[in-house]
Unconditional design. Structure first.
Length: 504
């Protein structure tokens, strides 16, 4: 036993010495993601909603079959994200900062996975450069510092691609087909745009089917892929069956409305915007559309040429997925938010790193690599300067607001709502439900009459709050204001029923 332990430790020491630079980079990445985390962590309505659902999973109150809805089209994701992050909420004692730490951990493990797989399938130097650039990326760092379903997408999207390469080596394998389908299904549950990656990989697997002499065996592997995807997506599929394919209808409606829209930007205009924004998110440098396009297409063409000359399947697949992703993304009439590119970020960095000269004998080449990498790192670290300043502590604000409301609760059940409606309230609900279980907080869509209503007004003029046409306010019968107080940024109006009017 002692010999085995010494052998294991010796092997571990050798691995650390061989990869010490990557370990240092990952440590830097951990520092960037953890500095001032608790004071800067995002905890607003989306995170409050997720925390409530994760809490109910932990307490076995509810096991959801669907995930959060998309901001466009109201298409529900799968519930994988909730089950993935719930253990971190449990470990933190139901403190919502727990899932944020969990996101940091997944980020570091994801970067390590990208390094290991890229080094094995392509090139160790490229793998290191990719991890270095992603570690210091402002976008990647920002979305690794709070809990949100799109945040782990880059790593699960990369795992989907890795599972494809594993299947490609033995395309008739049922087990590998199931694994690929399952990982693709989990990735799709984090954000629907990862479906572009899965689609591209399925096309490649289809091409392999056409070229192969083992057509029957590879055809069966498609069934295995479907089985793996269906297995992990089964809760969402059951929801679809139970609710008359609500998601499917919403998805069809979304694309139908886009197809029928008139007067909007052309496809090429959308493609140009998609590319320009991607270049900005990667470089953190404002470039003209022309320069951004030259940079994007230049990298893509050079990577494509290198993939052809080196006959590298790994690089070729990343070129193909990048082209397909941008062509399909341009079809969507939606904002180009940074997290929408999550599925393709690893491929973008792989292409960029692959075109750099890696000839060990060429010192000028190493200088070029260093200058380009240093420029991108500096630009992204400049954008990261706000990390050095403590934030507004949104968790504490939510706690203080909830306590101010909780101290004034008199009757149960009660309801809370916000003005304007764009202000969310799930982060307040999380603490109200945790701290005041003796009072029943009604759900936001319940139609029964509460005994008490709290309206959180964030407008500068709240004088006519009781006349607002919002359902929770307008439907509250014979309202009578009994109190008015401050809670965080909001002025809270407390209403009860005027029993004298109700009895007339």
């Amino acid at each position: 036993m002692r010999f085995h332990i010494r052998t294991i430790l010796a092997n571990l020491g050798n691995q650390c010495r061989n990869h010490w630079a990557v370990i240092v980079v990952l440590i830097i990445g951990a520092v960037l993601r953890l500095i001032n985390l608790e004071s800067q962590v995002t905890f607003l309505g989306d995170q409050g909603r997720d925390a409530r659902i994760m809490r109910d999973i932990i307490l076995l109150r509810d096991l959801p079959a669907i995930g959060p809805p998309t901001s466009i089209g109201q298409i529900y994701s799968g519930p994988f994200f909730y089950y993935l992050m719930a253990p971190f909420l449990l470990l933190s004692g139901l403190n919502p900062v727990g899932p944020a730490y969990g996101t940091v951990l997944l980020s570091i493990l994801g970067l390590l996975t990208i390094y290991i797989i890229t080094a094995k399938l392509y090139h160790k130097g490229v793998a290191f450069c990719v991890v270095l650039l992603m570690t210091t990326s402002w976008i990647n760092t920002t979305y690794s510092r709070f809990s949100w379903n799109p945040n782990p997408m880059p790593y699960f999207s990369f795992l989907t691609m890795a599972a494809y390469f594993y299947l490609h080596q033995k395309p008739q394998s049922i087990y590998r087909g199931v694994l690929f389908g399952a990982i693709a299904g989990l990735s799709l549950q984090l954000h629907y745009l990862s479906g572009f990656i899965t689609l591209g990989l399925l096309v490649l697997h289809g091409i392999q089917l056409v070229r192969s002499k083992q057509k029957r065996e590879i055809a069966v592997s498609f069934l295995a892929i479907a089985a793996g995807g269906i297995a992990v997506m089964s809760p969402l599929l059951l929801f679809e069956l139970k609710h008359s394919f609500l998601n499917t209808h919403n998805l069809i409606t979304l694309f139908s409305n886009m197809a029928q829209s008139e007067g909007g930007p052309s496809y090429f205009s959308e493609l140009s915007t998609t590319i320009t924004q991607a270049v900005f998110y990667v470089t953190q440098t404002k470039l003209s559309p022309l320069i951004a396009h030259l940079l994007f297409w230049g990298v893509l063409i050079l990577a494509g040429i290198k993939a052809g000359r080196s006959k590298s399947l790994f690089l070729g697949v990343n070129v193909w997925l990048t082209i397909l992703f941008f062509l399909l993304f341009a079809l969507l009439d939606s904002p180009r938010h940074p997290h929408y590119y999550g599925a393709i970020y690893p491929s973008l960095y792989i292409l960029l790193a692959s075109i750099l000269p890696w000839n060990k004998k060429c010192y000028r080449c190493k200088l070029v690599i260093g200058i380009i990498s240093l420029f991108l790192i500096i630009q992204n670290l400049r954008a990261a300067q706000p990390l050095l300043v403590p934030g507004g502590n949104q968790i504490r604000v939510a706690q203080e607001t909830a306590k101010s409301i909780g101290d004034h609760i008199i009757k149960s059940p009660y309801q809370i709502t916000t003005i304007p409606k764009t202000e969310t309230d799930d982060h307040y609900r999380y603490y109200l439900e945790n701290w005041y279980p003796q009072y029943t907080l009604m759900g936001p869509f319940e139609t029964d009459q509460p005994e008490e209503l709290f309206v959180l007004c964030f407008d500068t003029d709240c004088a006519k709050v009781q006349d607002d046409n919002q359902w929770a306010i307008a439907s509250f019968v014979d309202k009578k204001k009994v109190n008015e107080f401050k809670a965080g940024r909001a002025t809270v109006y407390q209403f009860q029923h005027d029993r004298d009017k109700m009895n007339e």
